[in-house]
Write a protein that binds this ligand. Sequence first.
Ligand code: ARG
Length: 470
Amino acid sequence: MSQTPPSNQFDKKAQAWSARFSEPVSDLVKRYTASVDFDKRLARFDIEGSLAHADMLQSVGILSDADLAAIRDGMQKILTEIDAGRFEWLLDLEDVHLNIEKRLVELVGDAGKRLHTGRSRNDQVATDIRLWLRAEIDVISDLLRQLRHALATLAREHAETILPGFTHLQVAQPVTFGHHLLAYVEMFARDAERLADCRRRVNRLPLGAAALAGTSYPIDRERVAATLGFDGVCRNSLDAVSDRDFAIEFCATGALVMTHISRLSEELILWMSPRVGFIDLADRFCTGSSIMPQKKNPDVPELARGKTGRVNGHLIALLTLMKGQPLAYNKDNQEDKEGLFDTADTVRDTVRIFVDLIGGIQVKAEAMRAAALQGFATATDLADYLVKRGLPFRDAHEVVAHAVRDCSDRGCDLADLTVEELRAFHPSIGEDVHSVLTLEGSVAARKHIGGTAPERVRAEAERVLGETQG
Ligand code: ARG
């Protein structure tokens, strides 16, 4: 029995491709294959891409002036409907592209039907994602700038505040709190560099690749690229529609941003613990306990640390999605969006919150100082002092180890010993020894580039503040 294919003509919900099929897909398959629920957030960029495409089609004589005017008019109406929440998104129409196209045809008729000339959803979606991602990268880059500015502001304020520096979470050597904060500035500066680098590869135009092989129309890809602000066009149609490496790069960069935030979070949590008490976080970033009235929990840093896991997950998901895909476009690629969207959302919100959170840190300098006075933080300084008086470093190390052991037994610090007591460990120890045993002497001596000395920290903080001005 021969079946009549369903007519598209008057069915608002009929798919653009359904004329070829003899039976409709089941509701489950429809839901399984549709992406409109999540890709509708690309709408603004889909329209921007379509308008650039239409402008080009008109410029090469494929669309009439009247068609172009109608398309522009229709798209403007659609944008207004979307912004007002009046646009009716239909699952039956699968994705953002077909929903918008269908509405355009409803509004402007045949001109709308001509828009898809020389184009496929494959190069269309690749273009949309790149436009969307470029905008996200610009927002996140600016937030990273603000975060560096907030950290450098606090660093300048605490160029002289001393806390113990740790290795193995054991007191190692005194450092200034400003220096500690500037370490994170370096991490976020590299993240910003990575984002800028990733943006260069995101910012290429796939349109013109059509489904996979290019198109026989005399298109002008350079014109579309210029209209959309792309730096150039993708040079191979098969690659243009299929690879999502630019999205993977973004996710990798996002994972590193979150990794750095997570390290910082871990420290904030530790510093805020009453056991340590180095800082307090503003109440607006903490919550209490429903059972323990005394609690003030650092929820925001804990959640940020936790969210690093999901961002890492999205990176692995995208890598796995791409791996093993033959050229060119495969529907697998539709799965690129949710993880990518969530990565951008998570990174953006986290960095934004941290800009404010850093500004609200209350530093407890006395607690930091007290902690630095425990654990023989200046032992290395004493060894260096002996080296400057002619001892080989290994011998100096041994002399100081004896002194530390002695102090440890007596329950005092190296700086508490008199010059005579210290000289008992080595005769070259002189009257000036205490200048290197104090915390201030220790940090002040490290004034080279990258060092912890207050004067160096102030200069670095000023440099960063200058570079990150809004
Ligand atoms: N929704 C699709 C995606 O996200 C658009 C491209 C569909 N192309 C196709 N040949 N089915 O990738």
